[in-house]
Design a protein around this ligand. Structure first.
Ligand code: BGC
Length: 756
């Protein structure tokens, strides 16, 4: 009896348990379905009356009018992405179920007919995908493109990225990343363009112009001094005024003033004691008051601002991606306490609306069909970019490999047949396909009647034998998203603990900074084992920044930096290795002989001081010879420089300096050369770098051809920032002019001129 009662109770419990589970599953499925099939509203002003009313009015006036009609809650609604809970559910569901990045809609106001804007990351291709889009054109990473030294290429690349963003119903690009590479260990080095403010500025402007051409709001990031990854949410970067203005900000200034981006993203870290998202010195005094930026500032995601009142006071416009501190309660309290005024809020909302309405009023969406994604010209551009960015560092006459039939080619290494387009953090994109190094070489060489063999290098003896019996050996070494990239952890607490401990606490993460710059042990072992086996062996490095090659570089006959080369990387690599394309990339950073030659760096820290010197300015100042200088890269042809002429020996403020030089291709094949111009300050009364890059041009020269190359420098670009007067000052003195093929003194012709 008791037994059957017990049984009944168990059955009852099980029944209810089943019902509860079923209910939970139903609710979960509804949540998933809703979140996967979220609405994709139009990003354009669609109401006819509004279109007419707004058509002939300046967007600032429209914004003012709209703001005047808004309640405080409606204004606050303009100041963040989506509500935290629902936004997070949407982001997480799409990520987990579909592995895609959801559209986050910002600032919609149906009552007033204001459409939202939508952000996509995308330094190497659009990240947010439309409903039925499987992938996009994926380019080499930013650092690779920086190595192309070709801003026109960057302009064209960003036009493709922007068009594909539009096809995916996005109108705001969280790119370009123009943080300066202070130390090669920085995990996100691959996203930016190099160590030099001038190079960064030229690329920043080109990227912004390319994006904005297609009615996409560009958002250079991360403003500012964001060059340590593993402590990015917690580190306070200390910097003196000269270092800040002369080293870490000039590229942002140029990008803002010449590129005119709609927006800027603040960085996670603090600068001189204040987090960037609430840093009034950066967001208001420098960005707006000094540089005249008229767009709007958004935070970096989730840990971008901690104090809503300070954010408003600092001039931060939009909290992304979710509402955390820009809430009606926080704002109301600030108003009640008198810490902020409603006109502060009006200013914020007006400036973001005035900017975004310019984009929302031009509904050219029909020009961007999804069928254009990955069109042949875009794929060809991805290949061109990969070819132009590869840097040939060493070549003892083995490259290009000989074109002939009947060869056996061994492609060896863990990364030889890996689809490896770089970081899997925010700079990831979904490529339409990826041509691996092995696939690219195989496709090309099998068509020539050659045999291409793949080996992952895990068995050294097998790899040695293969290398010994091959005609050409391509050894692919380097990194993946696991070794470097955005530091993927989900706990600020963990980051804080690690920063306090000054070391990793061993919890599982991916990406992040590289503390040690050597290759992984297995790669070094493979290089050492294979180089004695074959004289025709080229080491191909895949990665985003400098490495320490000191233990093996002397032993190998050829080294090629191929970077994370994008979806067409394999084809481009084959073209470079077999001479269908001539390498023309130059290092966008210096590579030291020893790791101690770089400025100090630690991934785990709460306070860090950035000094005035890094990269080539540090090597120059200390007289340290780098392993490979900034601006260096070999070609399959030779270039000669002569007849350096400074056209104007004496100039005054406002006059440009004109420099001319003859560059000749003295070799057998056509090629491209990056002509670099540096200014020298040896007569300065203050401590200044030995020289600074102040111009460059990439020129194509046929075999035997000579071209006269002209470069201009404005006197304003010779100034230094005087912290006492808080002004940029020009020194009346003689300056050196250096022109040549790299930053190494031996590669430069020299002349002088005087500023009166
Ligand atoms: C990154 C930003 C990125 C954002 C959105 C952040 O973690 O630092 O660069 O734009 O995520 O994905």
């Amino acid at each position: 009896m008791a037994k059957s009662k017990f049984k009944r109770i168990v059955l009852k419990v099980l029944k209810w348990f089943g019902v509860i589970i079923a209910l939970i599953l139903i609710v979960l499925s509804i949540v998933v379905i809703i979140n996967l099939n979220y609405d994709r509203p139009s990003l354009y002003v669609s109401e006819e009356n509004l279109q007419k009313e707004f058509a002939n009015t300046d967007t600032r006036q429209i914004a003012e009018k709209l703001v005047a009609e808004m309640s405080l809650d409606e204004k606050v609604d303009q100041m963040y992405g989506e509500p935290f809970g629902s936004g997070m559910a949407k982001l997480a569901t799409n990520f987990l179920v579909k592995k895609r990045f959801a559209h986050i809609y910002v600032g919609e106001n149906e009552r007033l007919g204001i459409p939202p804007w939508v952000l996509s990351d995308g330094p190497r291709g659009a990240r947010v995908l439309g409903k039925d889009v499987k992938g996009v054109t994926t380019f080499p990473v930013g650092m690779a493109r920086g190595a192309s030294w070709n801003p026109d290429l960057e302009y064209r690349i960003n036009q493709v990225i922007a068009s594909e963003m539009r096809a995916n119903k996005v109108n705001y690009a969280a790119t370009p990343c123009i943080n300066l590479l202070r130390h090669p260990g920085w995990g996100r080095a691959q996203e930016t363009y190099g160590e030099d403010p001038w190079l960064l500025g030229e690329f920043g402007v080109a990227a912004v112009k390319g994006l904005e051409k297609h009615n996409v709001m560009a958002c250079p990031k991360h403003f500012a001094l964001n060059s340590i990854e593993n402590s990015r949410w917690v580190v306070d970067v200390e910097v003196d005024e000269r270092t800040l203005h002369e080293v870490y900000l000039p590229h942002f200034k140029k990008t803002v003033q010449e590129g005119k981006p709609a927006s800027i993203m603040s960085a996670y870290n603090a600068v001189n004691g204040e987090f960037c998202g609430s840093n009034k010195e950066l967001l208001t005094h420098i960005l707006r008051d000094d540089w005249g930026f008229e767009g709007f500032v958004t935070t970096d995601w989730l840990m971008g601002v901690y104090d809503g009142i300070k954010g408003v006071q600092a001039g931060l416009d939009v909290e992304m991606p979710f509402q955390q501190v820009y809430t009606p309660e926080v704002i109301q309290e600030g108003l009640d306490n008198g810490e902020i005024t409603e006109s502060d809020i009006d200013k914020i909302v007006t400036r973001s609306l005035a900017t975004r309405l310019k984009y929302a009023l031009v509904n050219d969406q029909d020009n961007y069909p999804t069928s254009d994604i990955g069109k042949p010209s875009s794929i060809a551009l991805a290949r061109e970019a990969a070819e132009e960015s590869m840097v040939l560092l060493k070549n003892e006459g083995i490259l290009p490999f000989k074109k002939q039939e009947g060869k056996t080619i061994a492609v060896i290494g863990r990364l030889a047949d890996l689809e490896n387009t770089g970081d899997r953090g925010s700079s990831d994109s979904t490529p339409l396909y990826v041509e691996t190094p092995f696939e690219g070489i195989k496709k090309q060489q099998e068509a020539q009647g050659n045999k291409v063999i793949l080996d992952d290098g895990s068995d050294l003896e097998r790899a040695k034998e293969l290398a010994q019996n091959a005609d050409d050996v391509v050894l692919v070494v380097g990194f993946t998203h696991e070794d470097e990239g955005e530091y993927i952890i989900f706990s600020r607490e963990q980051m804080e603990e690690e920063a306090e401990a000054g070391k990793s606490l061993g919890k599982v993460t991916i990406g992040g900074d590289r503390k040690d710059l050597s290759l992984l042990e297995q790669d070094e072992k493979l290089i050492k084992a294979l180089h004695p086996m074959n004289d025709n062996l080229a080491v191909v490095y895949v990665g985003g920044s400098a490495i320490d090659m000191s233990t093996w570089e002397d032993d190998v006959p050829a080294i090629l930096f191929s970077w994370y080369a994008g979806m067409e990387g394999g084809t481009a690599l084959a073209n470079i290795l077999y001479g269908n394309a001539n390498p023309s990339g130059k290092l966008p950073f210096s590579i030291a002989k020893a790791q101690k030659d770089y400025p100090p760096f630690t991934p785990y820290t709460k306070n860090f001081t950035y000094g005035y010197y890094h990269g080539y300015t540090l090597f120059d100042k200390k007289g340290t010879t780098p392993a490979y200088p900034f601006g260096f890269g070999l070609s399959y042809t030779d270039f000669a420089y002569d007849s350096l002429a400074v056209k104007t020996q004496e100039i005054s403020l406002g006059e440009p300096l004109e420099v001319e030089v003859n560059v000749s291709n003295t070799g057998e094949v056509d090629g491209k050369e990056v002509v670099q111009l540096y200014m020298g300050f040896s007569n300065s009364a203050v401590d200044r770098p030995v020289k600074l890059l102040r111009g460059f041009k990439k020129v194509h020269l046929k075999a035997g051809e000579t071209k006269k190359v002209t470069l201009d420098v404005a006197v304003e670009d010779l100034t230094w920032y005087n912290p006492k007067t808080e002004n940029w000052e020009v020194e009346n003195m003689a300056y050196e002019v250096y022109v040549g093929s790299s930053s190494a003194e031996s590669d430069l012709l020299q002349s002088t001129f005087v500023v009166k």
